[in-house]
Design a protein around this ligand. Sequence first.
Ligand code: AVI
Length: 328
Amino acid sequence: STIQTMQIVDQDENGVDRAFRRDVLDGLSQPQKAIPARWLYDDAGSQLFEDITQVREYYPTRAETEILERYGAEFRDTIGTGRAVVEFGSGSSVKTPLLLEAIDPAAYVPLDISGDFLRAAAADLQQRFPDLPVHPVEADFMREVDLPGAVRDLPKLGFFPGSTIGNMVPRTATDLLRSMRQTMLDGAEASGENKPLLLIGMDLIKDIETLEAAYDDKEGVTAQFNLNLARRINRELGGTIPVEQMRHEARWNDGLARVEMHLVAEKPLDFSVAGRDFSMDKGETIHTENSHKFTDRSSNLLLLAGGWTPTRRWLDEAGRFSLILAEA
Ligand code: AVI
C-alpha cells in the first residue's frame, strides 16, 4: 500500500498547536462562547467517544450497524461489486468490514487527517481482507483529495457513516459533500454506470427525550467526553478553567434541528487561557458540539445542495437512523 504523509499539525516553539490556541481564544471571546467540536478528539477524547458508542442510550452506532448487517444483499444489488470504496475517516472495525463483505470491492481507500489512526485501521483491515488492495491516504478530506493512481480508473463508492455529517453546520456540510464529489469524480469516466456513489449515515429526528438521553447518558461518559475538552485546554494551553465547577449539558435546539453540547458554569468563574483572562456568569455556557438530526426531506435537500442525488435509503428496524445512497 502507498502511504502519503504530510505535516498537518502546526506547532509553535513550545509545542502548542497554533490552530487549537486560535480556535479556543477566538471562541472564548465571542458573546456565546463556542469551540469547534473537532478539538474534542485528542487521545482521551477519541477513547471516550469509543466508550460512548457502547452506552445504552447512544443508539446511532448500534442502529447503523444493524442496517449494515441486515441489508448486505440489497447493497450488493444496488451498488454492485468491483468498486473502490473511499472511506472518509479511518473506518470503524465493525461497520467497514460489513460493507466490504457485502459489496466485494476492488480496492479500499481510507482517508484520514490522523496518520496514526489511519495506519492502524488500514493494517487491521488488511489483515481481515488479505487480498484486498488497501491504499490509505493521510489527508484533510474537507478539501478535494488526490486519490492514488491505482484506483483512478475504478468506479467509486464513498462511505461516510456515523452521521458525522451531522456535526457540521449546513454550510460546512455542503462544502464537504461537494469536495467528496470532486475527489471521486477526478480522473474518472464519470458517466453512466460509473458515476461515483455515496453511502452516508444520517441520524433521524425523534422524540426529544431519546435524543437528549443519547447525549447525556446516565453513566456520565458523554459528560466526561465534553469535560475532557476543558481539561485539554488546561493541559495544552496552560489554562486554569475550574473543570469541577462546570457541568455537561445536552440540549435539543428545535429551530435548527440539532442536539447541542454545552459546558455550563455552575457559578461565576474567572480563568485564563494562554495568558488571556476570561470570565463566565453563573449559567453561562461554552458551546462545544452540534449534532444535527434529519428528516427524509431535510437529508435529501442537504445532499442535493452538495451535488448528490439520493436514490435509496435504508433504516434500522426501529426507524431511528438512515443510511442513504446517493449518486453524483
Ligand atoms: C461523531 N459524532 C457523529 C457523534 C455524534 O453523535 O454527533 C459525536 C458525539 N458527541 C456526543 N456523543 C457522540
